[in-house]
Design a protein around this ligand. Structure first.
Ligand code: GLN
Length: 538
């Protein structure tokens, strides 16, 4: 293809959590709608080499790419908005940059020079950004810089932006996202934090080209003029980003504010007349005018964390829209589900999803929730640990192996229905040592999964260490659990399904990572459909 890429940086000021990821993804969507090819990258200022070893309390869900990179959850937004797969190259942390530089230093690649933040660290950052542009696949590389300008940690990233802006001229632009707060006592919106934030950028040598102002209220022309004057940008370059009902409204709001046009002008790019967002608009229309409504229990141990199950929540939004159905997700803490409470907590649900996870906390509650779904014929989807729990529940309560367990939690169980694969047994490092990324799955043509996918060979993403124990395959199949999907290369069980149940599917992989606005995941679409049917028959 050999395209010459232009580089857009998205930085943030004043406060974290302003939605840089959504703004980046929305800009990508708009540019895509105008026919450009775009990739989005996230630079994270922390020292962890990747977020794989972080628990969800730190940064929410860990998102897994096709090539098995454990990445920041913003990459999930990038894929959900743009339907373009990301990879390891799309998420780079300070830790990764330093690891690369130190590895090169140990190999003697710096030929005896003193290795320093400038130029060696900044060169490595630059290389990590340009590597995407140099593929020749993209018209635009959008790079979101994590954290807030002025943080000690983001300094080398901002310095890299300064250098690239200087080197690339009009082929590079900086979008700076700030907060314009409304002070109730004063009865007005305040621009001072934005001015200070831009000054901080200027101290580091970067003049933002476009300022996106996150706000609860409409920005008057006067406010826009003031921000333009004090921050050295044109008035068209001050973009209002008002709180939206849903993140999926943001591309449309950004289109109205002409964010894409301003970016194209800044980068001296010829502006195509047409913008095609037909699919997106169709999706929003269905999302906002549902004909049905279902309640789905999401049973997991991180219910107090908004972002722990991000991709699952979003997959329900996509699958809900496809079914013209409003999906109400009821978060249920797995530690609260017991034989005594299961009925009270779950009886009104139209579907039950048991979440992925690591470690023993709350696992008995997950198993009880699955028993309730199985016995009461409520549609059930188990993901990763959720699938493993379904295998444990079946072993204990249908096959009668009372101490069946996964060896992750009970290494001495007499019925290790979930166990490590031979090759995994002597791994000691925690980072990047799981079964990660895309693997194929071959479907049984009689299965519900096949019916949902309409395809007998699919590829899905993984993130786990433990597997269904092949020693028990026969016993499962004889007793009514279909092994509906198998990884052909390694002969691993990927999908289990109860034959005598309206919809009971456990998957070892993570379907949620692949669900996008454009391509809602077939298993989520079918699960929601089963929940609608269940509710109507109730
Ligand atoms: N803890 C389980 C394993 O490592 C499941 C992982 C998950 O749910 N992502 O196999």
């Amino acid at each position: 293809m050999n395209k010459k890429a232009k580089y857009i940086f998205v930085t943030g000021g004043v406060s974290s959590s302003l939605g840089k990821g959504i703004i980046s993804a929305s800009l990508a969507k708009l540019l895509q709608g105008r026919g450009f090819s775009v990739t989005i990258q996230k630079l994270d200022p922390y020292i962890n080499v990747d977020p794989g070893t972080l628990n969800p309390y730190e940064h929410g869900e860990c998102y897994v790419t096709e090539d098995g990179a454990e990445t920041d959850l913003d990459l999930g937004h990038y894929e959900r908005f743009s339907s373009t797969p990301t990879s390891q190259a799309n998420n780079v942390t300070t830790g990764r940059i330093y690891l690369n530089v130190i590895t090169k230093e140990r190999k003697g690649e710096y030929l005896g020079t003193t290795v320093q933040v400038i130029p060696h660290i900044t060169d490595e950052i630059k290389r990590s950004v340009q590597i995407l542009g140099e593929t020749g696949n993209y018209d635009f590389v959008i790079t979101e810089i994590g954290g807030t300008v002025g943080d000690i940690e983001s300094f080398p990233f901002v310095e890299t932006v300064r250098q690239m802006k200087w080197e690339l001229g009009h082929d590079c632009a900086v979008v700076h996202l700030t907060l314009v707060p409304f002070l109730k006592a004063a009865g007005e919106l305040k621009t001072k934090p934005t001015q200070h934030s831009v000054k901080t950028m200027l101290e580091q040598g970067v003049q933002p080209d476009i300022i996106v102002c996150r706000t609860e209220r409409v920005l008057s022309d006067g406010i826009k003029t003031k921000i333009a004057q004090f921050c050295n940008v044109t008035e068209e370059s001050v973009i209002e980003s008002i709180d939206a009902e849903s993140i999926y409204d943001v591309p449309i709001l950004m289109k109205e504010e002409k964010l894409d046009i301003v970016v194209l002008n800044k980068t001296r790019t010829k502006i195509p007349n047409e913008i095609d967002l037909a699919n997106w608009e169709q999706f929003l229309k269905r999302l906002k005018n549902p004909k049905y409504e279902v309640d789905i229990a999401l049973v997991g141990k991180y219910v107090e964390l908004k972002d722990a199950y991000k991709s699952i929540n979003e997959a329900f939004v996509h699958g809900g829209s496809a079914n013209e159905c409003k999906v109400n997700i009821k978060l249920i803490h797995s530690e609260q589900v017991t034989k005594a409470t299961a009925k009270k907590l779950l009886k009104d649900m139209d579907g039950i999803l048991v979440a992925p996870g690591f470690g023993g906390r709350g696992i008995e509650g997950k198993i009880e929730a699955i028993r309730f779904a199985r016995e009461n014929r409520i549609p059930f989807l188990g993901i990763c640990l959720g699938m493993q729990c379904a295998a444990i529940e079946f072993s204990r309560n249908v096959l009668g192996h009372k101490d069946a367990h996964t060896t992750e939690i009970e290494p001495n169980t007499t019925y290790p229905v979930i166990d490590l694969m031979e090759g995994q047994k002597d791994i000691e490092e925690m980072g990047g040592t799981m079964r990660l990324g895309a693997y194929e799955c071959k479907m049984d043509k009689n299965s519900k999964a096949f019916k949902a996918y309409q395809n007998d060979l699919v590829s899905e993403r993984h993130r786990h260490r433990f597997e269904f124990n092949n020693a028990y395959r026969e016993e499962f199949e004889k007793s009514g659990m279909r092994l509906a999907g198998i990884n052909p290369k390694e002969d691993l069980v990927e999908i289990i399904e109860l034959i005598d149940h309206p919809w009971f599917v456990g998957v070892q992989f993570h379907p949620e990572y692949k669900s996008t606005v454009r391509f809602p995941h077939p298993l989520f679409v079918d699960f929601i459909k089963a929940a609608i049917d269940y509710k109507q028959e109730k």
